[in-house]
Design a protein around this ligand. Structure first.
Ligand code: SF4
Length: 577
């Protein structure tokens, strides 16, 4: 697909940034793709116009410098030595027992490894699992790798993915190579790359889905993996496919959200199922992906996503990391200018339809990721397993893999709700499966509070965190469940810093960690507390209610908020917003 551009498109891409001749000459250093794999950067003469897959990035960098903007160190690091060209060095560092730190930590994230010091003197590895679905034997294989090279556990992330922690300096490269042996990869899962592609977790088994998202997520996954031009964006980039199933995929929190919609007759395009295109979601910056009015034929999603990414690569801000996301290009240009550029890259117009052309999305169910639910295949079910804040021991992973192979269809389906589903379980086996899951120390039932509890890594493993998010989230859920019966689904999202990995702005109740002053000199772990967030049809950015609440006080404060909501709501389904 990557080479699949018309001469016009290629001319457009090459000419996107004009008048650039000496891309790397000013620094006297070689650039993207120009570094011998193991050699240090050295002085180099002025070079010709860049070409090859890295050219689009190099030209964008040069244009921004020419316009007087100072590139951030990460941009220079990518230009001085492309992270993929550093792999040999990383292998040698692993043999020497050295971690990749500072700018090499940034580069090794292109390979999926994150040095997480000083919190832990270790790597964390984040995988890529398209649509969040992997085979039971792969899941077991990850458990083996986590035991051999990591801390003996994994976490399910809010991008329906797995992370493994406590990987030693010598173990990082063997770990990621072990993933490849399993048919998995961690490539591009960190740094300025297109992240794990998410989709509807019940794809192919969901009675209400409009589209099985798996083939689209898979095609996009392989498309981006195999085109070097699509690595090293100005900043990270998220893409999701929502098939309109019962479990929300949170596509409206992504840079690109493809939403399956039923287009009605009489709007000038063939009625049926199309993707509706939403752009610019980044809830940490208080923005959902906004509807562009564009609809895309199902089989054109990859081409359109590719064109969007290429326009972003050429136009995204490389001088300010805080402003380097797609949202800021859209804010500066407006949607029409951006979509016009996308059409130029595509070499074809995009179809635009009014909102009323699409039938309303079938409603999602905020509890369909937990417990037993009938599939569209008669007599079969998916079983949603509750994980305590996403954590699984290797023994539990092996146990779940065995249950999936014995009673299910062999798929393990991760969700953005930090849990997983086992699909293809026969009606007659449901009770046995639930019992075997319980024997692993896991559950298939949860309170309304536990079912919607999401927490990022926090300061147990992330240097950015101001508090122990998972620890306090656990305390809050335990406390609330002990004192109130909340009769409706509630989402509590606990995040450790402004990066908002746990998306506190979309929680009914959101907490963002803070160092809370207790006197002139000292602080304790705590949170600012927000209320009224939502997603999908109830999309809303939560508003701050309380600042600087000590962590130890949060359980009681959340209890009060829930009591206030239960007493004050007009109807059981009234949202916090
Ligand atoms: Fe780390 Fe911040 Fe992400 Fe939490 S939100 S995992 S603290 S970067």
């Amino acid at each position: 697909m990557s080479g699949d551009f018309s001469p016009d498109q290629k001319r457009y891409l090459e000419g996107f940034v004009s008048g650039v001749q000496a891309v790397r000459g000013a620094r006297g250093a070689p650039g993207f793709g120009g570094v011998p794999p193991f050699g240090p950067a050295s002085a180099a003469p002025v070079e010709a116009e860049p070409s090859g897959p890295d050219a689009i990035h190099l030209k964008a960098m040069a244009a921004q410098e020419k316009a007087g903007r100072k590139l951030v160190p990460q941009e220079k690091a990518k230009r001085d030595e492309h992270p993929f060209d550093a792999y040999g060095r990383f292998k040698q560092m692993a043999k020497d027992g050295q971690f990749a730190k500072q700018l090499d930590d940034f580069r090794i994230r292109f390979h999926g490894l994150f040095y997480v010091g000083p919190t832990q003197d270790a790597y964390m590895c984040r995988l890529r699992i398209h649509n969040g679905i992997l085979k039971a034997w792969q899941f077991r294989g990850v458990a083996d790798l986590a035991e051999t090279h990591g801390g003996g556990y994994s976490h399910v992330t809010t991008r329906a993915n797995l992370q493994v922690r406590e990987i030693g300096a010598a173990d990082g490269v063997p770990f990621i190579e072990g993933l490849v042996d399993l048919g998995l990869t961690a490539k591009g899962s960190g740094a300025d790359n297109i992240r794990n592609v998410t989709g509807t977790p019940t794809a192919g088994v969901d009675p209400q889905e409009l589209v099985d998202t798996r083939p689209y997520a898979r095609e996009w996954h392989h498309h981006i993996l195999n085109d070097r031009a699509l690595y090293g964006l100005p900043r990270k980039f998220n893409v999701a496919f929502d098939g309109a199933g019962r479990i929300a995929a949170l596509e409206d929190t992504n840079d690109i959200g493809f939403q399956a919609v039923e287009i009605r007759d009489g709007f000038g395009v063939a009625p049926g199922v199309w993707w509706r295109l939403a752009l610019g979601g980044i809830t940490g910056h208080k923005d959902f992906a906004r509807d562009t009015g564009v609809v895309v034929p199902l089989d054109q999603a990859i081409k359109v996503a590719d064109a969007i990414v290429r326009v972003f690569i050429a136009s995204g801000d490389r001088s300010d990391r805080a402003k380097a996301r797609l949202k800021y290009v859209l804010d500066a240009w407006g949607f029409e200018k951006f979509l016009t550029e996308v059409e130029t890259v595509l070499g074809a117009p995009l179809a635009r339809l009014p909102a009323e052309a699409a039938a309303p999305r079938p409603e999602s169910d905020r509890l369909a990721h937990i417990g037993v639910h009938p599939q569209k295949q008669p007599g079969l079910n998916w079983v949603g397993v509750v994980l305590k804040l996403g954590k699984l021991t290797c023994g539990q992973m092996r146990g779940l893999a065995a249950i999936s192979e014995r009673y299910g269809d062999g798929d393990v389906r991760l969700t953005v709700w930090q849990n997983l589903l086992l699909s293809g379980v026969k009606d007659a086996d449901v009770a046995t499966v639930e019992a075997e899951i319980a024997a692993l120390g896991l559950a298939t039932k949860a309170s309304n509070v536990r079912a919607g509890l999401v927490a990022c890594t926090g300061n147990r493993g992330c240097k950015f965190a101001a508090s122990d998010t998972k620890g306090f989230a656990d305390l809050i859920a335990d406390h609330v469940d002990g004192v109130i019966a909340v009769d409706t689904p509630v989402n509590i999202h606990v995040t450790g810093c402004h990066h908002s990995c746990a998306q506190h702005y979309i929680g009914d109740i959101g907490l963002i960690a803070a160092k809370v002053p207790v006197n002139d000199e000292d602080t304790v772990e705590g949170f600012h507390i927000l209320v009224g967030g939502g997603f999908g049809a109830d999309a809303f950015i939560a508003r701050e209610l309380l600042r600087d609440v000590k962590g130890e006080d949060c359980p009681a404060v959340v209890e009060k908020m829930l009591r206030g909501y239960l007493a004050g709501r007009a109807a059981p389904d009234e949202t916090f917003a």
